[in-house]
Design a protein around this ligand. Structure first.
Ligand code: GAR
Length: 204
């Protein structure tokens, strides 16, 4: 059984999907720890309500990025975490954190990367006039949403969409795709070929 830490900054709907679909009997992984860096993050409530050890770890007043990450690593080690899922965690991680969990940090992003990295991805998609968008699950590196892609799901962008309607459609597929990918990842199905990464057992 792999032990997962979820790092979040906001609503935590992806955290909820991970809890609902992974913290069940016979699962290869469970969410064992929730950390948020924003006091008002609803993710904190979701973690506590699910009975999972849940911590608010503010980044203000922690010195530089690497000091903050040192604290995070200590907490994750205390809870014997095997890998990490970012779920709306709006903070870049440095090599200090990533070296502690090599190829073991995943992220969900609300666009078909490499298009529209960073913040406000649904708004970027609307402004560009693309007709398909979606979500991407990728391994995290030090760049902004630039790590190796593991899986993607597409949704249509409709003429009358606004940010809210497109975001909701994308989140709907995030909530299905992220738990599927994490399950396969926990089963050790990650494979690399020619510097690209694949998850055996998953196809678009
Ligand atoms: C999700 O849609 C996720 O893809 C996005 O933040 C949202 C968090 O929602 N992440 C990024 O934009 C990362 N660049 P949630 O808190 O309800 O899971």
């Amino acid at each position: 059984m792999k032990r997962i830490a979820v790092l979040a900054s906001g609503n935590g709907s992806n955290l909820q999907a991970l809890i609902d679909q992974l913290n069940v009997p016979n699962s290869p992984a469970e969410i064992s720890l929730v950390v948020a860096n924003v006091a008002s993050a609803h993710a904190l409530t979701r973690g506590r309500e699910a009975g999972i050890p849940t911590f608010f770890v503010p980044h203000e007043g922690r010195g530089d990025r690497q000091n903050y990450e040192k604290l995070l690593i200590q907490l994750l080690q205390e809870y014997a975490i095997d890998f990490v899922c970012l779920a709306g965690f709006m903070r870049l991680l440095t090599h200090r954190f990533l070296d502690a969990y090599p190829l073991r940090v995943l992220n969900v992003h609300p666009a078909l990367l490499p298009s529209f990295p960073g913040t406000h991805a649904p708004l970027q998609a609307l402004k560009a006039g693309v007709k398909l968008s979606g979500c991407t699950i990728h391994l995290v590196n030090e760049g902004v949403d630039s790590g190796p892609i593991l899986a993607q799901a597409a949704v249509p962008v409709l003429e009358n969409d606004d940010v809210d309607s497109l975001s909701a459609r994308i989140q709907n597929v995030e909530h299905q795709l992220y738990p599927q990918v994490v399950r396969l990842f926990a089963e050790g199905r990650l494979r690399t070929k020619d510097n690209l990464f694949f998850l055996d057992g998953w196809s678009p």
